[in-house]
Design a protein around this ligand. Structure first.
Ligand code: GRF
Length: 202
C-alpha cells in the first residue's frame, strides 16, 4: 500500500487536524504521513498542537488578500508542498478560498470538511443555518475542493440528528464529533485506494 503524504491546512483551533494526527500516532489510521501543517493565521491554536505531535508547521502569510489564497502566497505554498512531495492537501477549518494556481497544481488532490450535509448550507455558520432552517437532521461532508464555495464532488457524509432543544453549541459539538471520525475514515479510504485521488485515466 503506498504511503500517502498529506498537508493539513488550518486557520484556528485545529481539532480536525488533531484527530487525524492522533489517529496516525496511535495506529488507527495507517498509510498516511502528515508532513506539514499550514496555517494562514500566525497564532492559530492548531499550530502548537501540530508541534506537540512533532509535525512541521508553516505560517503562510496571505497578504494582501483577506479571504483567498492567491498570488505570491500561492506560489510559495506550491513550492513548499512540491518540495515535501505532498500527495494530498486536507483543508480542516482553513478559512480561505483556494484559487486556480493551487487547484491546477493539485488537481483532485485537495479535500475539505464542512459541517453540513452538502449541498445544504454551504459557506459560513453552517450549523446556524441548519438550526434556522429547522431541519431534523444535519451532519458533515468531506468533499473534493473546486473553485466554488463548498461545491466540489462529495466523497462521504455523516449524519447526526438535530434535536428540538439543540442550541448552536450542542449541535455544533455533535457535528464536530462526527467530523473527527469522518475525516479519518475518508483518509483511510484514500490510503486503501477505495477512493481515487488525482487525475485518473479513462
Ligand atoms: C469545522 O467545523 C470544519 O468543518 C469547518 O471549520 C471547523 C474547523 O474546526 N470547515 P477545527 O479547526 O478543525 O476545530
Amino acid at each position: 500500500m503506498p504511503n500517502l503524504r498529506i498537508a493539513l491546512f488550518i486557520s484556528g483551533r485545529g481539532s480536525n487536524m488533531r484527530a487525524i494526527l492522533e489517529n496516525v500516532k496511535n495506529g488507527t489510521l495507517t498509510g498516511i504521513t502528515p508532513v506539514v501543517v499550514v496555517s494562514d493565521a500566525k497564532n492559530a491554536e492548531g499550530l502548537a498542537t501540530a508541534k506537540a505531535y512533532g509535525v512541521e508547521t508553516y505560517y503562510l502569510d496571505c497578504a494582501p488578500f483577506k479571504t483567498k489564497l492567491e498570488g505570491d502566497a500561492e506560489d510559495r505554498i506550491i513550492t513548499l508542498l512540491r518540495k515535501r512531495n505532498v500527495d494530498l492537501i486536507c483543508l480542516a477549518g482553513f478559512m480561505r478560498m483556494v484559487k486556480t494556481g493551487l487547484l491546477t497544481a493539485f488537481t483532485r488532490r485537495i479535500i475539505n470538511i464542512h459541517p453540513s450535509l452538502l449541498p445544504q448550507f454551504p459557506g459560513l455558520s453552517a450549523q446556524k443555518q441548519a438550526l434556522e432552517a429547522g431541519v431534523a437532521e444535519s451532519g458533515c461532508t468531506v468533499h473534493f475542493v473546486d473553485a466554488g464555495m463548498d461545491t466540489g464532488p462529495i466523497i462521504r457524509q455523516s449524519r447526526v440528528p438535530v434535536r428540538k432543544d439543540d442550541t448552536l453549541e450542542t449541535l455544533s459539538r455533535r457535528i464536530l464529533q462526527a467530523e473527527h471520525r469522518l475525516y479519518s475514515e475518508v483518509l483511510a479510504d484514500i490510503a486503501n485506494e477505495r477512493v481515487a485521488i488525482g487525475v485518473t485515466s479513462v
